[in-house]
Ligand binder design. Structure first.
Ligand code: BYC
Length: 340
């Protein structure tokens, strides 16, 4: 799988004695490592064909594939409302958004494949529960206001996290994120607009529905940014490699700071009695996140984990005939081209 680092043989098939190989290999690797480190330190981008350390490759594969899985699992809570959208306009917007998420998954799987893993391997890891996806998609969408709230808060948190990834040191990931972020902006705005209509023109029951949705989604959204920096396994190394540009806690703080005023304009209360402006820090203070809940959901025991996974596996199984047909068609084309 990590073939590039193995490519250390002499050009003419290697005539050197076996005992000399490890020393030769490590000297060459050392040089490659130094060149790689210098490029990272200089802010250079790494392309798929460039040499990279195994751990850099593994970290990227883990993060990009988790990200891809999050996009396609993220289609499910919203898909739940396609047939019940209140107007044709809202239905068309929701369908477009869900299709965008499928597209994001596609760009991200393609970026992950440049690191040497196949789509089948990546999806198998999702279907067998070995790979993670974002905790946020294990919560249910109980009312129509949840759809607007996902756009406003979940996509809002996603943009905050993903804009810095447009400068990720791995170029195929960075390039994919530029387009993803543009589309996420539209997602965030349509969600906010949908809530604004309900808060400004809606009935008391509709306004209460929006507040209830915000109450349920606020804390899980803060969890999306991952554990505190001090508890984050990968942050330090990922920051050094330029995979992550801003830490989990700093991104979370930026999200809180940006969202408070939006909540005021909307006319909803964020469900945190400890949320208040700190003049000294020039940031909003906020309450303690329920980390036990976060780890439970990440560990597979959230409100909808088994339902989400079962739906993905079913979609994969139901689509088998499409994959078979596409392969049969490609084989037929190939045979016809050979014969021509
Ligand atoms: N959920 O060392 P840490 C979207 C795991 S899609 C689950 O800080 P890292 C959207 C983490 O994987 C949103 N697991 O990790 C789609 C690690 O476990 P492993 C998805 C989480 O990677 C459709 C352990 O906890 N966005 O927005 O340095 C509709 C320790 O964490 C979570 C992305 O994927 C979590 N929330 O930082 C609408 C963005 N947090 O792997 C919207 C790209 C942490 O060692 N990913 N874990 O077993 C990232 O930026 C980073 O991977 C994270 C975590 C900030 C998420």
């Amino acid at each position: 799988m990590y073939t590039q680092s193995m490519d250390t043989m002499g050009k003419d098939g290697d005539a050197s004695p076996a005992s000399a190989q490890p020393a030769l290999r490590s000297a060459e690797d050392l040089q490659r490592q130094e060149r790689f480190d210098a490029r990272i330190d200089g802010g250079d981008f790494i392309e798929a064909k460039d040499w990279m350390p195994d751990d850099y490759r593994k970290t990227l594969l883990r993060q990009i594939s988790q990200h891809a899985h999050s996009e396609i699992v993220g289609m499910l809570p919203e898909g739940n409302w396609v047939t019940r959208a209140p107007t044709l306009k809202r239905k068309a917007i929701l369908l477009a958004k869900i299709q965008d998420e499928g597209g994001h998954g596609l760009y991200l799987y393609a970026a992950a494949e440049t690191l040497g893993s196949s789509r089948d391997q990546l999806l198998d890891a999702l279907h067998t529960g070995k790979a993670k996806y974002s905790s946020i998609f294990n919560y249910p969408t109980l009312t129509w206001a949840d759809i607007g709230t996902i756009g406003w808060l979940v996509d809002g948190a996603a943009i905050m996290n993903q804009v810095p990834i447009c400068r990720c040191s791995y170029a195929p990931y960075a390039r994919a994120m530029i387009r993803v972020c543009r589309e996420e902006s539209f997602h965030q705005r349509q969600g906010y607009d949908s809530l604004l209509v309900m808060m400004q023109n809606g009935t008391a029951a509709q306004k209460a529905m929006v507040q209830d949705a915000v109450n349920r989604w606020w804390w899980p959204c803060l969890m999306m940014f991952g554990p505190h920096d001090a508890d984050s396994t990968h942050s330090e190394q990922s920051m050094r490699w330029g995979i992550k540009r801003i830490s989990n806690d700093d991104l979370r703080q930026k999200f809180v700071d940006a969202t408070v005023q939006q909540a005021q304009v909307l006319g909803v209360t964020l469900p945190d009695p400890d949320l208040k402006w700190n003049e000294e820090r020039q940031h909003f203070d906020f309450g303690t996140i329920a980390w036990d809940e976060f780890w439970r959901v990440v560990g597979g025991d959230g409100p909808c984990n088994s339902e989400r996974l079962a739906m993905r596996v079913k979609a994969w199984d139901d689509g088998a005939w499409v994959r078979d047909a596409a392969l049969a068609y490609a084989a037929k084309q190939h045979t016809e081209q050979q014969a021509a």
